[in-house]
Design a protein around this ligand. Sequence first.
Ligand code: KG4
Ligand code: ZN
Length: 333
Amino acid sequence: MNIIGIETSCDETGVAIYNSEEGLLSHTVYSQISLHAEYGGVVPELASRDHIRKLVPLIKQTLKQSTLKPIDIFGIAYTAGPGLVGPLLIGASVAKSLAWAWNIPSIGIHHMEGHLLAPLLDDHTPEFPLVALLISGGHTLLVQVERIGSYSIIGESLDDAVGEAFDKTAMLLGLGYPGGPELERLAEQGNPSTYRFPRPMTDRPGMDFSFSGLKTFARNALNADLTQKADIARAFQDAVADTLAIKCRRALLATNYKRLIVAGGVSANKTIRNKLQEMAEKEHASVFFPRFEFCADNGAMIALAGYHRFLARQDETLEIKAAPRWQLSSVSN
Ligand code: KG4
Ligand code: ZN
């Protein structure tokens, strides 16, 4: 079974073809970073226009790379939400048009389910049940995953998402967009003992997060000494990594599961990966990350999620569906 995956929820146009026996046949991602960089964040209207320009050529290119013909495609999976409404509508419209033209089924995928399943694109894949920590620009979720398609949220951020906190703190430090990778680079030169930022909400029980306060600590430290940017980046990153590890440990203990998936754009961060790996080893648990190229938004994770939906015999009408706000817990399989 060959599935095309289309991702256009934010500032990456991603297309991939997944085969149920052979795995990923081809995938391409076009990043709009340079388009938005001068504005310091994603400009939704510019993002929409660029998806319009890039999506169809990217589908043609990805199909060509896979050496398949449209007749070989079983179905189309596209990101139906959450995300920016304009970009989502473009992915959905193109997906539905192709489904109509090729007379094949289509299915809207929850973007965070895509992230969650990204580690399954590798050979060494986790079994279920497991805990998933999803950390991206818009979401911070701890999810109890009984099986593919059964998701209970057991923790989430009450304010900024982790990626958002990285981006805002990076901006404060005068770094470019997107701030996460740049802050990580700067933190490598930082001294870990100059500052100690709090580990928010770890002094009380529960698995929710709050990251907006860390930004204030970073601002105050910067105002006191403008020359310590690397040390501030280091203190911020260490605080985030420790907090995530503490909450993931609680989630493993609360569920009694021994497997943890960590996915989403921020899961590319090496300090966070190392901290979570360390914690999991202490708990005799295994941790699974996506390959670096599948941490950020991509079509491969959407194609894979689509495959599991089609396997569960789900598909949709040709009505164009875009859900900018959509709870992961309402996804079912
Ligand atoms: O999953 P993603 O590509 O898009 C969303 O669904 O939001 O995540 C993007 C977020 C951005 O906030 C970006 O700064 C952050 O992931 N990010 C990182 C790193 N790479 C990307 N944050 C920290 N360290 C990184 N290496
Ligand atoms: Zn994402």
